[in-house]
Write a protein that binds this ligand. Structure first.
Ligand SMILES: [Zn+2]
Length: 306
């Protein structure tokens, strides 16, 4: 199994730097030799995390990490409340597993104020959301992480996250951030864009496209029982309301939102299709891995020159 992004790149036989990379691979193995085969920091000891950070810094002058941030919010009649948390966790696990970078714990609650009129939704206040983002950024920076691949499973977390990155400014100088996931859900490009928009409705909160993707993810995470139960919930025509991305969220008034979308989804979940969901999930995974490789490439290029 490939253990790092540099090793993935090593497999390209055309690469002129194969020898140099081979040496780095050996060094990397030494760094990890005493560690278990995980980069999920919650399952490691602090000493193991320190060893990985120190080893990466010595070898590459940088240390990469991945972190997911989800939400607990209503997603209409047939989707679970932890949809966004599961999405963030799924993709964070993927990056950690495939590129062998440190994974920090997915935060399961986000800023979902406008969904609060639906029971089960638990929202952070704006200040708390800023505080979560700022705290994670500070801690990671302090321990020596230099590059953070941050995965927002919930659109409402994007603004507080960017506000924290900007607000902390010099305090986290040296920490480079990439936040690619939310945009992927609204792409109109390529096969993914076509599939997302193939349900006869605008891609939006808890619509058919998101429902298809979450069923594919739940299937991957052994939650077939949940899919069967949720899928059995009856949806009648009068329960279906359509609405674009961002509609009803202005002002963040929970009652106004519920009035506009009485059943919580901005789309027809009866149209969800796990086969299309699987394909979209696969395309998103490939796109995120490619984005991650793009994110690390400048650093690798610099290391190579040294
Ligand atoms: Zn969602």
């Amino acid at each position: 199994m490939m253990r790092g992004f540099w090793m993935m790149k090593m497999n390209r036989t055309t690469c002129p730097c194969a020898k140099l990379r081979k040496a780095r691979q050996t060094k990397r193995r030494r760094t990890l030799s005493n560690l278990r085969n995980t980069t999920v920091t919650g399952r490691m000891s602090w000493g193991e995390v320190e060893a990985v950070i120190r080893g990466d810094k010595q070898a590459y002058g940088s240390c990469f990490a991945v972190w997911g941030w989800g939400s607990q919010e209503q997603h209409g009649p047939r989707m679970p409340l932890d949809t966004d948390a599961l999405i963030a966790e799924h993709f964070a696990q993927l990056i950690a597993r495939e590129r062998h970078v440190l994974q920090f714990p997915t935060v399961p609650i986000g800023m979902s104020r406008h969904h609060e009129a639906f029971p089960g939704t638990v929202s952070l206040s704006q200040e708390a959301a800023y505080g979560v983002a700022a705290s994670v950024l500070r801690s990671l920076h302090r321990m020596g992480v230099t590059h953070l691949f941050a995965l927002m499973g919930h659109g409402g977390n994007v603004n507080p996250f960017h506000a924290a990155v900007q607000g902390l400014g010099k305090e986290i100088a040296g920490l480079t951030v990439c936040e690619p996931l939310d945009a992927l859900f609204y792409t109109t490009e390529g096969e993914l864009g076509e599939l997302l928009n193939s349900f006869g409705e605008t891609v939006s909160h808890a619509g058919a496209a998101e429902c298809s993707i979450i069923y594919a993810i739940m299937d991957d995470h052994e939650r077939r029982v949940d899919i069967a139960d949720l899928n059995a919930v009856k949806i009648t025509d009068d329960m279906v309301t359509l609405g674009g991305h961002g509609v009803g969220t202005q002002g963040g008034n929970p009652e106004a939102f519920r009035q506009m979308f009485p059943y919580g989804s901005k789309g027809d979940q009866r149209k969800s299709d796990t086969t299309r969901g699987r394909r979209m999930l696969h395309l998103m995974e490939q796109a995120l891995l490619a984005k991650f490789d793009e994110f690390v490439t400048p650093t690798l290029a610099t290391t190579r020159r040294q």
